[in-house]
Design a protein around this ligand. Structure first.
Ligand code: ATP
Ligand code: MG
Length: 329
């Protein structure tokens, strides 16, 4: 059976970008294969974060996954730090990736620009090494991601191929899977920038209430002119709202354009708000239920058990190939 892996960093409350880019489709993917879904808590340490915030976010994200309709008896939801094989494989794989290729990664360049020189942790630089380990441990075929993570998945493919070439077939070489509509939801206040949970300007958060969502969308930056047309270059604000509308209504961008033909920005924004609200309010109810019932605890325990079964086998295979001796069993 096909295997699928996906993860989110518990760096903040998830945004509509995370929802449209990944979360929304997980329920459908569950029908296509066995899912391994992890909360990338080790990755969250790459930027400064308070301990209480990290643990709270990790629980929240687990509940978001459950709210997205995943069945924890079928899909394995787990914490990255609960499966020590992730860190161990990263220590091995770091020797098969080069400083040059890591320093060319857009995320590293963007994030390190925001920090003062002496505060750039090594973890930001080696982020793609851990990410490659996350993926390769599970012998997965596809990795559903937003567009911004495609570069890291490509690097993961490179290291898998490099390793396989040297030691013989060891890793399955995975593919990134990006949804055409909604692969990059932009900030509502600056539609030339990606909506990101760790840079909360212009975000819609998955726990925003109805009034807040409406206010944020009604005051979203739009563009000159009055036509509702998809044109990222000249109308990035309108294009972003059209994308949100199309993705949540499960229609194409062209169909969304057609729907708004002849309407004004006011009506347009009102309809976008309605569709976001009708998607997020029931989602929030399911999230609250998962949190209050502590359903997340069992999900995480069981998920880690299942994940470890697969991850430990892969790690053993790697160790054997490279000559690390195991005399313990
Ligand atoms: P951070 O600011 O901490 O990097 P983030 O919002 O970028 O947070 P990640 O945890 O890095 O979220 O990514 C989780 C998943 O969501 C990834 O697959 C990523 O590609 C996807 N994603 C993130 N932002 C967007 C967006 N604006 N549009 C579509 N997909 C997104
Ligand atoms: Mg990100």
């Amino acid at each position: 059976m096909k295997r699928i892996l996906t993860g989110v960093k518990p760096t903040g409350t998830l945004t509509l970008g995370n929802y449209i880019g990944v979360l929304k489709n997980l329920k459908h993917l569950e029908k296509e294969g066995e899912m391994f879904i992890f909360i990338a808590d080790l990755h969250a340490l790459t930027l400064p974060i308070e301990s209480e915030v990290l643990s709270k976010n990790s629980i929240d994200i687990t509940c978001f996954y459950l709210a997205a309709g995943l069945d924890p008896t079928k899909s394995h939801i787990f914490l990255q730090s609960d499966v020590h094989e992730h860190a161990e494989l990263a220590i091995i794989l770091q020797n098969y990736l080069y400083m040059g290729e890591l320093s060319r990664m857009t995320q590293f360049k963007d994030q390190s620009k925001k920090l003062k020189d002496n505060a750039i942790g090594l973890g930001i630089f080696t982020y793609p090494v851990l990410m490659a380990s996350d993926i390769l441990l599970y012998d997965v075929d596809t990795v559903p991601v937003g567009e911004d993570q495609v570069q890291h998945v490509e690097l993961c493919r490179d290291v898998a191929n490099r390793f396989n070439k040297r030691y013989g077939d060891t890793f399955i070489v995975p593919k990134a899977q990006v949804n055409e509509v909604g692969k990059r939801i932009m900030s509502l206040s600056d539609p030339t920038k990606k909506m990101s949970k760790s840079d909360p300007k212009g975000d819609i958060f998955l726990l925003d209430d109805e009034k807040t969502i409406r206010k944020k969308i009604m005051s979203a930056v739009t563009d000159l002119g009055s036509e509702i047309k998809y044109d990222v270059e000249n109308k990035p604000g309108v294009s972003n709202l059209l994308t949100i509308y199309a993705a949540l209504s499960d229609i194409s961008i062209e169909e969304a354009e057609e729907h708004f033909k002849g309407k004004g920005y006011g009506d347009f924004k009102k309809e976008v708000s309605d569709v976001v609200i009708s998607e997020l309010i029931p989602f929030q109810e399911r999230y609250k239920k998962a949190l209050e019932s502590k359903e997340y605890e069992t999900a995480l325990k069981e998920g880690a058990k299942e994940a470890r079964k697969v991850a430990s086998k892969t790690l053993e295979r790697v160790k054997n190939k490279i000559g690390l001796i195991n005399l313990n069993d």
